[in-house]
Design a binder for this molecule. Structure first.
Ligand code: PMV
Length: 317
């Protein structure tokens, strides 16, 4: 008889450095994990016959797997894990708690799916490898986004900086020198699905123009990869600025994000841009250590409702 024990696993958040939206159209993008912000999932045994209960502490919601509809993302993840392992539904409670903010471009949906896939498979005695976890998280992303590029689930499943082109094997990036990012939340929830739809409407109306914009962003993403691989952090800042202006052209920035981006640059950030789907959510500022306090304050003054300072670690540490 198998004796089940409580098991916990976690997954990181993420930010996209360059290339959001154009990545949906086959151009390259770069994303980095934010390992300080984590989603935790733990699974513990419950009384025989109770089935699997799914608890989302942040949303104060609980449901049994049997009652969860197809569109329930926790339920979908758990079902995919059981299917992969060909395991029967266990009598257990699966709980998710997340520090990764929802609807802000930090990969909360993918982080929840990855944490569940790891914890539930480990609980069942056969922890799934990252590529299978990634496949599962991608299926769940389709419920969130409709047409995801796959960048979120990829960077979070491997928890490594990634150069991502849709339909190609992801390439892990070696970051030469560590750099600091300030992530600031606009206080406005952005809908990834709506932002993607807005870009598609524009692209459908003016395909030639938006293909050119996507090409420019692709060129920026390639240059940004070279910059991080060479430790050219100053150059990376300029590329982030250019990427933001093109995202503005695509109609997915909002005045709050633009104000925060401008404030960060004025206070000495090397570069700043919105990150993720936009229309709300977060922006990032690339900042040298001595400017962190000033840029943080400037972002607060510009209306940031939440801030995180994080270091993307490179080979220099
Ligand atoms: O989930 P978010 O907000 O980080 O947005 C994902 C990035 C997009 O390029 C807009 C969509 C995608 O699937 O790549």
């Amino acid at each position: 008889m198998t004796v089940y024990e409580k098991i916990e696993r976690s997954a990181s958040g993420k930010v996209i450095l360059c290339g959001e939206h154009s990545v949906v159209y086959g151009r390259p993008a770069i994303a980095v994990p934010i390992s300080d912000l984590r989603t935790r999932c733990w699974v513990e045994p419950a009384v025989p016959g109770s089935g699997l209960r799914l608890v989302a502490t942040d949303l104060q919601k609980a449901v049994s797997l049997r009652a969860a509809p197809e569109s329930h993302t926790l339920g979908k993840t758990a079902r995919l894990v059981l299917e992969k392992l060909q395991a029967p539904e266990p009598d257990a409670v699966l709980t998710v708690a997340s520090e990764v903010p929802i609807a802000s471009g930090m990969g909360s949906g993918a982080a929840v799916a990855v944490a569940i896939a790891r914890a539930l498979s480990a609980y069942l005695g056969s922890e799934l490898p990252s590529d299978v976890v990634n496949d599962i998280a991608f299926e769940v992303e389709k419920i969130h986004h409709g047409n995801p590029s796959g960048i979120d689930n990829t960077v979070i499943s491997w928890e490594q900086p990634v150069y991502f082109v849709r339909g190609h094997e992801p390439e892990m990036i070696d970051i030469r020198s560590s750099f600091h990012l300030i992530i600031a939340n606009s206080g406005i929830a952005g809908s990834t699905r709506e932002a993607i739809d807005e870009v598609r409407r524009r692209w459908t109306a003016m395909p030639g123009y938006y293909e050119m914009v996507f090409n420019c962003i692709g060129t920026i993403a390639n240059a940004a990869r070279a910059a991080v691989e060479q430790g050219a952090i100053q150059g990376l800042g300029t590329l982030l600025n250019q990427n933001h202006e093109l995202l503005v052209t695509m109609g997915i920035s909002i005045s709050q994000l633009d104000q925060m981006v401008a404030a960060a640059r004025k206070a000495g950030a090397l570069g700043a841009k919105l990150t993720g789907a936009g229309q709300g959510g977060n922006m990032i500022a690339l900042v040298e250590e001595p400017r962190i306090a000033a840029v943080t304050q400037a972002l607060r003054d510009a209306g940031a409702v939440k801030l995180w300072v994080t270091t993307v670690r490179g080979g220099d540490v």
